[in-house]
Design a protein around this ligand. Structure first.
Ligand SMILES: CCCC/C=C/CC(=O)SCCNC(=O)CCNC(=O)[C@H](O)C(C)(C)COP(=O)(O)OP(=O)(O)OC[C@H]1O[C@@H](n2cnc3c(N)ncnc32)[C@H](O)[C@@H]1OP(=O)(O)O
Length: 392
């Protein structure tokens, strides 16, 4: 493999950049945070060239693949011949990332380089092992056992609110889960909340490109994020361990089963926030619970208890909080023993007929939200939330 190293070393190249931003509220903010990701990506590429020693072929292939995915998107090269080992190894690494969104690949590239740097710094310039594990997630805890990959939202002090990094990491974790050895995938939360939805501080950065650019990029990110749920190939189960708000509720319509503790509540305060439905809920909720029940949630912001959400079809089954985790995981471990291909193919039979339609609905919802995020109604609502504690 030595020539692979030489071949890879020769062909790492700089990248173009894209900055993903979020919808905006005119607050006193610095632009540093947004440029950080722009700068981070450039720095990461430079740091790669300065690595003291070869990080090993596996890591180099991963860096190559993430760089190509971040700058060109899904693998667009013809598959090389079997005898062209270097090109074949690179093609395989890039192709393995599938439809991973560019922004997620960019973030993962930065994370991997920083882990290479931190391991060499913390160990006194001892180079990372060639088979060093890919970097862990910062906002998730992802585990895989008993045929189940569990993705746990891990910002409990912020009620598992979804910030930019969490959106990216959930997409990355779903992409990895779609290809790992597990037969089902579970999303759940740590602490007392499942998730309080979009992190409203996401609105508080104004990029140099202005508010329109920010709203546009926020809509792109949301579309990629929801698209991952639409396309996920294995049975996807939500274990709703507590209250859920906003996008954490609407995406439940794209799961294959939803199990909730009786402590959970389901709240989509979109009108209160000057926003509009996302996560394909403009289609899935009327279909699941009837147009009028969907209106009560999505337009009037009615908060449902777990039992109400179950009665309306959004939740599959409700369990007493005292026995919730034990009962649900016993059941999921039994499900995970079923033939994985049969489960995956059955999901395709059930879901594929709606996939294209869901992607179109997702695109439409994101386009409407892009405008909503620029409205006074939205900006005022977010300012009220962010300043509420100052009023106490
Ligand atoms: C680009 C993608 C866009 C996708 C768009 C999606 C639309 C949505 O998801 S809209 C829904 C947005 N979420 C909310 O509106 C919920 C806001 N949070 C709350 O109303 C309350 O925090 C909540 C009822 C969830 C909990 O209330 P409390 O029990 O009183 O706890 P605290 O409010 O003290 O929360 C603890 C801590 O967490 C921070 N927090 C909680 N939720 C969010 C959030 N969504 N965004 C940002 N921060 C959140 C809260 O500010 C507290 O922080 P500290 O004050 O620093 O302790």
């Amino acid at each position: 493999m030595a020539h692979l190293a030489a071949g890879l070393a020769r062909r790492w190249c700089p990248s173009s950049l894209q900055v993903v931003n979020f919808p905006v509220v005119q607050l006193h903010v610095s632009l540093r945070a947004m440029r950080a990701s722009h700068t981070e990506f450039e720095n990461a590429m430079n740091q790669v060239k300065l690595l003291k020693k070869d990080p090993g072929n596996e890591v180099k292939l991963k860096l190559y693949a993430l760089y190509k995915q971040a700058t060109e998107g899904p693998c667009n090269m013809p598959k090389p011949g079997v005898f062209d080992l270097i090109s074949k190894a690179k093609w395989d690494a890039w192709n393995a990332l599938g439809s991973l969104p560019k922004e997620t690949a960019k973030q993962s590239y930065v994370d991997l380089v920083s882990s290479l740097n931190s391991s060499s710094k913390s160990s006194g310039q001892v180079e990372p092992r060639a088979d060093s594990k890919p970097p862990g997630y910062e906002t998730l805890v992802v585990t895989s056992e008993d045929g189940i990959t569990k993705i746990m939202l891990n910002r409990p002090t912020k009620k598992n609110a979804m910030n930019p990094q969490m959106y990216h990491e959930i997409m990355l974790a779903l992409e990895a889960a779609s290809k790992d050895e597990s037969s089902i995938t579970v999303l759940t939360g740590s602490g007392d909340y499942y998730s309080s939805g979009n992190d409203l501080t996401n609105f508080t950065d104004i990029p140099s490109g202005g508010v329109q650019e920010k709203a546009k990029n926020g809509a792109i990110l949301l579309r990629d994020f929801v698209g991952c749920f639409i396309d996920f190939p294995k049975p996807l189960i939500a274990v709703v361990n507590g209250p859920a708000v906003g996008i954490a509720v609407t995406t439940l319509g794209l799961f294959d089963a939803v199990y909730a503790t009786d402590r959970a509540t389901f709240h989509t305060p979109f009108s209160h926030l000057g926003q509009s439905p996302e996560g394909c809920s403009s289609h899935t909720f009327p279909r699941i619970m009837s147009p009028s029940k969907a209106t009560e949630m999505l337009i009037f912001g009615k908060k449902l208890t777990a039992r109400e959400a179950c009665a309306q079809g959004l939740v599959t089954e409700v369990f007493p909080d005292s026995t919730f985790q034990k009962e649900v995981w016993t059941r999921l471990k039994a499900y995970a023993k079923l033939p994985p291909n049969a489960m995956r193919i059955s999901k395709q039979v059930i879901r594929n007929k709606e996939k294209e339609k869901l992607h179109a609905i997702n695109a439409e919802e994101c386009s409407v939200l892009q405008e909503r995020w620029l409205s006074d109604e939205c900006m005022n609502a977010v300012v009220n939330f962010l300043s509420r504690k100052a009023k106490l």
